[in-house]
Structure formats: C-alpha cells, structure tokens
Design a protein around this ligand. Structure first.
Ligand SMILES: Cc1cc2nc3c(=O)[nH]c(=O)nc-3n(C[C@H](O)[C@H](O)[C@H](O)COP(=O)(O)O)c2cc1C
Length: 176
C-alpha cells in the first residue's frame, strides 16, 4: 500500500474520519504520536487530518516539520465546529494553515465536554457566548457549542476518497 492516513484527534471525532478513510482506501492509519517511529517513503500519498483549535489544524505544523512530505502528495482535512456553509471561514482556515496549494477538505466534528479539561471547556463556553452576541457570526457553531454532541457525517468523505484515488492513478500510486 502506498498511502497513509495520519491523524491528530483530542476527543475522537477526527479519528472517526481517519479510520473510515484508511478502511476505504485500505491503507495504514497512524497517530501523530507515532510519526517518529516510522520509515517514510517519499513516493506515498499522505492524508493528514486534525481537529481545529483556534483556527489551526492540530499538530499540522509539527507534522510538517518532522516529516518532509512531497507537497504534491499531501492531502489535508480538518474537523471542527464551523458550519460547512461558511465558505469564507473555511477559506480563512485554509490560508491560516498555509494550504493554499494543497487539496483541503473540511468536515463537521463534535464536542465531548466530558473529555475536555477545564481550560478547553471554559474557552469553548467563552467562544459560544461571544458568537451569540454577534448575529453576523456563525450561530450554528454557537448552538453546537452549547452541549456535547456528535455532528460527524462520514458520507462526506466520498468526494475526498474519489479524488485521492484519481490522484493516486495520476501519480501511479496504488491505493486500491
Ligand atoms: C480549545 C478548542 C478550540 C477550538 N477551536 C475551534 C476553531 O477555531 N474552529 C472550529 O471550527 N472548531 C474549534 N474547536 C472545535 C473542535 O475542532 C471540534 O470539537 C472537533 O470536532 C474536535 O475533534 P477531535 O475530537 O478529533 O479533537 C475547538 C475545540 C477546542 C477544545
């Protein structure tokens, strides 16, 4: 197999997408915690997925510094609470994470307050209050922040899987 899915997930929502991707592409699944123990092959396709934290994709910059992936072979996805309809915000996320030239996908995640520490819980509650005060802001995100909930939609991976398969055919990399 010449593709790998690497993920960084705090409470398991990004992991759900990463697992499904690795199953559908029949390839390896690796936690960010294991990246240093692996031999990297510069010809493989690397799919990196991380949850959003203050607009940044969790551990993406650590991953890029540690593993020098061929930019042509990197595909990134983020998982968060921003509405998928908010395309302006999604383009901002892409830019803030220096992904202007990479295939980038955004998927809805979830909240699990029982698995977050005091600081994260307090921060999310504060973000929720500040969004609610401004009707111009993403009210769906505020609603989702009110309590624990799972908003993942694994069917959204279909388009990404098709594009990775056609990319692999283009680079003559076997992921099927
Ligand atoms: C401290 C913190 C900051 C967050 N910042 C953002 C954010 O900027 N944008 C967003 O859409 N979601 C944000 N979220 C929501 C997470 O990205 C969301 O809960 C995600 O599904 C968590 O996935 P995980 O369980 O794989 O880590 C934040 C969550 C936490 C705990």
């Amino acid at each position: 197999m010449r593709a790998i899915v690497v993920y960084s997930s705090k409470t398991g929502f990004t992991l759900k997408y990463a697992k499904k991707l690795s199953e559908d592409l029949n390839c390896e699944l690796l936690s960010i915690k294991e990246i240093k123990t692996r031999n990297w092959d510069k010809d493989e396709i690397v799919i990196y997925g991380g949850s959003l934290k203050a607009g940044l994709i969790r551990d993406l910059s650590h991953f890029n510094k540690t593993v020098k992936v061929n930019p042509d072979h990197l595909v990134v996805f983020a998982c968060g609470l921003t509405s998928r309809e908010d395309q302006v915000k999604i383009q901002e996320i892409k830019k803030a994470n220096h992904l202007e030239n990479s295939p980038f996908y955004y998927f809805p995640g979830g909240v699990d307050y029982s698995r977050l520490g005091f600081a994260s819980r307090s921060l999310l509650k504060m973000i929720c209050q500040s969004i609610k005060k401004d009707p111009q802001k993403d009210q769906m995100m505020a609603k989702r922040l009110e309590k624990s909930g799972d908003y993942t939609e694994l069917d959204l991976l279909e388009e990404m899987i098709e594009q990775i398969k056609s990319k692999s055919r283009f680079h003559e990399i076997n992921v099927e």
